[in-house]
Ligand binder design. Structure first.
Ligand SMILES: NC(=O)c1ccc[n+]([C@@H]2O[C@H](COP(=O)([O-])OP(=O)(O)OC[C@H]3O[C@@H](n4cnc5c(N)ncnc54)[C@H](O)[C@@H]3O)[C@@H](O)[C@H]2O)c1
Length: 351
């Protein structure tokens, strides 16, 4: 078995400042015998020098394409369009198993090169629970932006910030507010409750039990709603266009952290495009007003905190990188997705 060589790549998405491995965890991995190469990346929230000091080798941005064959390439978001053939094992969020745009092309690139996708979304324990996720910070930010907007205190365009700065803004914002978090028992739901707490708001919390027989008038009686549910099978929508036209509606601000736009699982089919950092809020109704926040890369707004927590969760998995257990399940999921599309994959040679 060859020594594990992780290759932390530069992210091509310019707003992506997060990293799945922070320098202090890189040091721990190196101390346990893993070798790590880190690509230079101007926007990454941690400097290249911090990785060098931790004992990492450094390389140019994008040089993973010629990394040694056994290196495992680690990133978060999409790969660049080239090369056409992917020859390595890649750990990142591929978004390629639910028929997303570009999914089949990506899987075909892996099949053509003999590489494999080890998708972080499918890195789960034997109960199927995600082992590393950004949910907490997504919920925190989704609720924070909503409460700031609702109180007229949101500064746009949004830019990456720190927890301390966000906390100070939340504490300084004023105004009574009735808020509802749906999916409150999950990771994002917990983050949303923490942010609302910092803003002095005690929300109503709903999860599966409370939505089974949905009390829509009660939902519409809250001024602010944060949706953080994760559904794996379709459920009746929490709101439809008709509900938004309800004249007695008190609801004024919705933050949809789940952002399942276009999916059959969407519990908020009341809009069809996400909102962005430049224009985070979209008005859905004028009388009475109703505003929507639906940003799909919320944790990137707190890149240091989000990276640090994610990396801490990923570290034990990387220390135990192997072809069984969670990584074996990731590989099986990749093979299954390829099979479903009729794509033939070559098995990787054993180390
Ligand atoms: N917008 C972003 O930037 C961003 C970032 C990360 C995650 N997310 C998304 O946030 C969502 C939540 O992620 P998570 O990590 O918190 O998931 P999670 O599994 O930890 O929590 C989801 C919660 O939703 C609850 N739930 C499921 N169906 C429900 C229903 N019908 N009614 C009420 N509650 C229900 C579950 O019981 C659970 O408590 C996911 O869809 C995820 O993709 C968004």
């Amino acid at each position: 078995m060859t020594e594990l060589h992780l290759w932390l790549r530069h992210e091509t998405r310019t707003t992506e400042r997060r990293t799945p491995i922070v320098p202090s965890d890189a040091r721990r991995l190196i101390e346990s015998g893993v070798s790590i190469t880190v690509e230079d990346s101007p926007q990454r929230i941690f400097s290249l020098e911090e990785y060098e000091e931790a004992g990492c080798r450094v390389a140019e941005a994008g040089s993973w394409v010629s990394a040694p064959q056994h290196a495992v390439i680690v990133g978060l978001k999409e790969l660049p369009d080239e090369p056409a053939e992917l020859t390595h094992r890649h750990i990142f969020f591929g978004h390629a198993y639910k028929g997303q745009p570009g999914a089949e092309e990506l899987l075909r690139r892996f099949a053509a090169g003999g590489g494999a996708l080890l998708d972080l979304e499918y890195l789960v324990d034997d109960q199927g629970r995600r082992l590393a996720a950004f949910g907490f910070w997504a919920g925190y930010l989704g609720a924070a932006l909503a409460v700031l907007h609702h109180r007229g205190a949101l500064t746009t365009p949004l830019v990456p910030t720190t927890k301390e700065a966000m906390e100070a803004e939340l504490r300084a914002s004023q105004g009574d507010l009735s808020a509802l978090v749906i999916g409150a028992l999950g990771r994002s739901g917990r983050g949303a409750r923490v942010a609302l707490g910092e803003a002095g708001v005690e929300p109503t919390c709903w999860d599966l039990a409370e939505t089974r027989a949905l009390d829509r008038p009660a939902l519409l009686a809250h001024e602010l709603m944060v949706n953080t549910v994760l559904t794996t099978s379709p459920v009746p929508p929490f709101l439809t266009d008709k509900d938004l036209d309800e004249p007695d509606r008190r609801l004024r601000t919705i933050s949809d952290v789940t952002v399942d736009v276009g999916s059959p699982m969407n519990v908020l089919p009341i809009y069809d495009t996400t909102t962005e950092w430049d224009h985070p809020v979209r008005r859905l109704r004028e009388h009475p007003p109703l505003d929507l926040i639906a940003i799909d890369n919320l944790p990137s707004l707190l890149p240091r905190e989000a990276s640090t927590d994610f990396s801490a969760a990923l570290l034990p998995q990387l220390s135990a990188f192997e072809t069984s257990g969670p990584w074996g399940r990731c590989l099986d999921r990749f093979h299954q997705a390829c099979r479903e599309l009729g794509i033939t994959v070559r098995e990787l040679p054993d180390d």
